[in-house]
Design a protein around this ligand. Structure first.
Ligand code: MLC
Length: 505
């Protein structure tokens, strides 16, 4: 059987460019395609040497570095299932993921090792290795010593490559299982529709624990063997310094609004750029128009999610319309259904449902949630609400899920409400998103109880176990939550009432 390991596909595409820079760092040091390939073989050797076997999960919570990318590629190469975690997650949050994923191996930052070692032990993880932002740690030591694993493990397109945790409206996070075939089909489609070539230079300032920075950006670049300007994070002045060398940038809307807020930002520094892509959160019409006026570029907005990779995209050639996310990717079908699951007429908003080779294999060890997420004919219910025009262009109207998106991170109110509701003196709480000029939405807590009984220190202590980006930045005390006849909290009323919570920001 011919192997369908996704790393084989990537390698076939870049093997003629081994001497070419792959990741160029902010100090101009470059890691070539040949070097990353060798480093991924060394990482694969270290992982197998530590006892991991094809099909085993490894969980990784480390800072962005070339070695982190080599670790991801090494895991693919060795046939392991890579599970990346947001570096902002607290030990409490990590504990849940380790318990659920049951990895054989966990890689963390050396700075967090003391706090996470007992967590890993408690979860029964056999091996804990470390990797820091400069690429040093016990994992790199092991990779130096172990024989490199040059062979690429044979994988079938349905074999798992990655588990990505996504939070849910109820209960805890679910692990979306993505196969080698999912990654291959999506990467190939994007490389094609966005016209990537070897001459491209991709500006990469995204984190590499989510699909945007890890898959969308890296995979398309690797399939075309182009160079990546690999930045540790998003810093406006650093991006502006690098822009004249770049041809493509991928970012969340916050990247674009921050650039627009910069002094004398404009067409001149973007002269070499051919494409700006935005995703992970809605791009406002103001940001689209403002960027066009300022740079002449029309930002290409696309739509995706962990469970499906990329789903739709505005066209490379042809009109990009602000406020829409464009057309279904090749081989992806989008349909809109009504509340009974029947097809909605053209132009009518309804549930966005999709099918295609990009669609995940279900939620890890969670047949119940998997069943709820799929229709009998295999279509996935995304949880988003949208409409299709007669040409097939998708416009997202809102979400049927109770989700907040801040700076491109998904935040689920339930998780925060559960923490707040457990504080003695808080009768109940409601978490909503309010417009935030920088992050798109900010997290607001509406509390019921006796305000005088609870001080800020108590609140912040209680919220300590949640990653900082999830923690509410505004708190309001009211007498009673608005409810409908069924007793459900009417968040729409609260969103309207507190829409200006961040107006001064
Ligand atoms: C940082 N902070 C955030 C935040 N990012 N708060 C809410 N939401 C966020 N996204 C908080 C920190 O906790 C900290 O709080 C303070 O802001 C400063 O932190 P920072 O690290 O210096 O912030 P900054 O570097 O400016 O980060 C902002 C950002 C970053 C927008 C550049 O969040 C980012 O890179 N976002 C991209 C997320 C992404 O890749 N999403 C893709 C998901 S995949 P304090 O109080 O401690 O100071 C997906 C599918 C798809 O959705 O289709 O792509």
């Amino acid at each position: 059987m011919m192997s369908e390991n996704f790393y084989d596909l990537l390698r076939r595409h870049f093997h003629a460019s081994m001497a070419k820079p792959f990741l160029t760092l902010h100090d101009n040091r470059a890691v070539t395609y040949g070097e990353i390939d060798a480093l991924s073989a060394a990482m694969a050797g270290a992982l197998l040497g530590a006892g991991a076997k094809p099909g085993d999960r490894i969980v990784v919570q480390v800072e962005k570095s070339p070695e982190n990318i080599a670790l991801y590629l090494g895991a693919l190469r060795a046939g392991l299932v890579y599970t990346p975690l947001n570096t902002a997650y607290t030990s409490e949050e990590v504990s849940y993921f380790l318990d659920d994923a049951e990895p054989v191996l966990f890689v963390c930052d050396p700075e967090k090792e003391a706090a996470l070692a007992p967590v890993a032990k408690h979860a029964g993880v056999g091996t804990l290795l470390t990797l820091d932002r400069d690429g040093a740690g016990t994992l790199s030591d092991a990779a130096d010593k172990a024989p490199p694993q040059n062979d690429i493990c044979v994988r079938h397109h349905d074999d798992l490559a990655v588990i990505l945790y996504t939070s849910g409206t109820t209960g805890r996070s679910k692990g979306a299982m993505l196969s080698h075939g999912n990654l291959s089909s999506n990467a190939t489609a994007l490389n094609d529709i966005w016209g990537f070539t070897q001459q491209d230079v991709l500006l990469h300032a995204l984190p590499v624990f989510h699909i945007h920075g890890l898959f969308v950006a890296l995979h398309t670049a690797m399939l075309s063997a182009c160079e990546i300007l690999f930045l540790p994070g998003f810093d406006v002045s650093e991006i502006r310094r690098q822009l004249p060398r770049g041809t493509v940038m991928m970012g969340v809307p916050t990247f674009y609004t921050r650039l627009l807020n910069g002094n004398d930002f404009g067409a001149k520094e973007c002269a070499h750029m051919r494409l700006f892509i935005s995703g992970s959160a809605p791009l406002t019409v103001e940001a689209f128009d403002g960027f066009k006026t300022c740079t002449t570029h029309k930002i290409l907005e696309r739509y995706g999610m962990s469970e499906a990779g990329m789903i739709a995209s505005n066209p490379l050639d042809g009109s990009r319309i602000a406020g829409t996310v464009g057309f279904a990717l090749p081989d992806v079908t989008i349909r809109i259904t009504d509340e009974n699951g029947a097809m909605a007429p053209d132009g009518t908003p309804g549930n966005v449902e999709i099918s295609g080779p990009n669609l995940f294999k279900g939620y890890w060890r969670n047949p119940e949630k998997t069943k709820e997420a799929f229709r009998d004919d295999g279509f996935f219910i995304t949880g988003d609400v949208g409409s299709l025009d007669e040409e097939g262009r998708l416009t997202l109207a809102g979400r049927s899920k109770d989700l907040i998106i801040a700076g491109g991170y998904n935040i689920y109110p339930k998780e925060i409400e559960q923490v707040l509701d457990a504080i003695p003196g808080i009768v109940e709480s409601a978490i909503i998103g309010a417009r935030h000029a920088d992050l798109g939405e900010g997290v607001v807590a509406i509390l019921i109880g006796n305000e005088g009984d609870i001080d800020e220190a108590t609140l912040s202590k209680a919220l300590h176990g949640l990653a900082r980006f999830k923690q509410p930045r505004k708190f309001f005390w009211i007498d009673v939550l608005p409810r409908n006849a069924m007793g459900k909290v009417q968040k729409q009323i609260l969103r309207e009432q507190f829409k200006d919570a961040f107006a001064a920001n």
